[in-house]
Write a protein that binds this ligand. Structure first.
Ligand SMILES: CC(C)(COP(=O)(O)OP(=O)(O)OC[C@H]1O[C@@H](n2cnc3c(N)ncnc32)[C@H](O)[C@@H]1OP(=O)(O)O)[C@@H](O)C(=O)NCCC(=O)NCCS
Length: 195
């Protein structure tokens, strides 16, 4: 009987693996914990992310992966040539706007991977939800992250103070927003070869 068949929600029905020219983005599993800890255990990453502790152990990584079952955050492990190189997520707090966050292992910085992963996740976000807005933040001392956001079409909205666990205090961050309309325009321009 048709009425007995549970219809998956749009979110459940969407593929949870994203492919880009160089990267595979997939849900992290417990078997990734050692690799995640190895690349995340670097103060240069922790100082630019609000919640990543330092030092960061395999136990921390395993706890994080387990927590995702109950989480409002959609997290992808970023893999290059089958090896984990970082994480990227969309957090959807119960009250508040969806927010993009990411980090890469230091050995993978400066090769365009951050922008490539962010574009894939943003495309999946707008393609798979009714949301019209995505926000992002970067410490004012973090030009790489600001550049990732700007290359993805985010617009600067001001400076805010956010707490960073690893420094034990608040720090100024640049706040950004990306509307569905701005993302569509950016994609349309890319498709016609204009940047
Ligand atoms: C932010 C982060 C993910 C950037 O990833 P990445 O792969 O190195 O970024 P990209 O290579 O895509 O670079 C994006 C742009 O920033 C530029 N850029 C990269 N590093 C830079 C730096 N240190 N200073 C200034 N510009 C920089 C790149 O040249 C590129 O611009 P271009 O294409 O015009 O040349 C990475 O630096 C990181 O993980 N940092 C620590 C954690 C973090 O900051 N997370 C974000 C929290 S908001």
């Amino acid at each position: 009987m048709l009425q007995d068949i549970t219809t998956p929600t749009l979110r459940e029905a969407r593929p949870c693996v994203l492919e880009t020219p160089r990267l595979t983005l997939r849900p992290p599993v417990l078997a990734d914990a050692a690799a995640i800890a190895r690349i995340a255990n670097d103060r240069r990453i922790a100082e630019n992310t609000r919640r990543l502790p330092h030092p960061y152990s395999e136990v921390d990584a395993a706890r994080f992966v387990r927590s995702l079952e109950q989480s409002a955050e959609t997290v992808f492990l970023i893999a290059h040539l089958d090896a984990p190189i970082g994480m990227i997520s969309i957090n959807r707090p119960a009250s508040g706007r969806a927010e993009l966050g990411y980090w890469l292992g230091v050995d993978s910085w400066g090769r365009g991977f951050g922008t490539e992963a962010a574009r894939a996740v943003i495309d999946d976000f707008f393609g798979g939800s009714e949301d019209n807005l995505l926000i992002g933040h970067a410490r004012v001392s973090n030009p790489a992250s600001r550049n990732v956001l700007e290359k993805c079409g985010f617009q600067w909205t001001g400076v805010e103070l956010h707490r960073f666990e690893v420094i034990g205090s608040s720090a100024p961050v640049d706040a950004f927003r990306l509307t569905r309309g701005a993302w569509s325009s950016l994609k349309a321009r890319a498709n016609t070869g204009r940047r």
